[in-house]
Design a protein around this ligand. Sequence first.
Ligand code: SF4
Ligand code: ZN
Ligand code: ZN
Length: 322
Amino acid sequence: MAKCSLCGAPAVAEVRYARLRLCREHFLEFVERKVERAVREHHMIRRGEKVVAAISGGKDSATLAGVLARLRERLGFGLVLAHIDLGIGEYSVRSRRASERLADELGLPLLVLSVEELLGDGVPRLAMKARRPACSVCGIVKRYLLNALAIEARADRVATGHNADDIAAYALKAFLTQNLEDLRKQKPATPSIEGLAVSRVKPLYSVYEKESYLYALLRGLPFYHEECPHARLTSLDFHLKEMINKLESRHPGIKLQLVRGLARNADRYPGEDWEPVPCRHCGLISYGGECSFCRLTSRVKGEPLGGKVRGKIRSLIEGSHI
Ligand code: SF4
Ligand code: ZN
Ligand code: ZN
């Protein structure tokens, strides 16, 4: 049986790009150190800040919450978990349950926002009414609710569980389609814009998907394995991930080189042409005076709902003492 390169105990993982075989303890430490290094290097979280970690119920959010829970004392920050119940049938029921179990396991406060309760419809019905793909509506709703929650909770950061495979696939897609603004968005940390948007950070940006999966398994963190029914195995993102992993198996470390290089160079790519301004309906970030959430809800619900939704989130937070 293969042995750990560091202590000789039975190895549970091979990290080819680092030429290491690692036992359980050393693998967990390897992932935690990688995340800590990323957080420090890109100033993702400063001492005394309040972080909202967005958790979907899947493996990456379990790893995100698990590692941040361990780092918070050493780095001195506060941590709250947030889950958005998207109203996608059984998938959402199980994802929500997994998020609640994760919060219990880690002893962390959890805020749940239900799209159905806030808007009267879940993501699939909203998408049908808007005649748009579910993922595009889902993206608008998730982004908006997380930002609104962080603003109302007076948080300093929103942390998401994007891993190196996600970022490498987005980056290649942005390059192939020449949407160079999207390359800039792959930065590990974006700044806050006073009153409009809370800084977004990606502490797992250099952690490979399979490392994230193994970390959650080895720590015994609860997560839900199934993919969302709207995730398509035929999508370009999926094929790009496959392609990058084939490259990685022949050239170990190429994925890491891509995401670390992008983290250093993201500012060299073009940004949005427009300056962010407050949405005239809800006051949060928009480009042009109306945010995409208010535009979407005007179309499918007959009125822009950003302001009302912010009010409901505020009451939820006041009731939860977070
Ligand atoms: Fe939302 Fe699409 Fe992801 Fe499902 S696959 S959670 S609909 S973005
Ligand atoms: Zn070891
Ligand atoms: Zn708005």
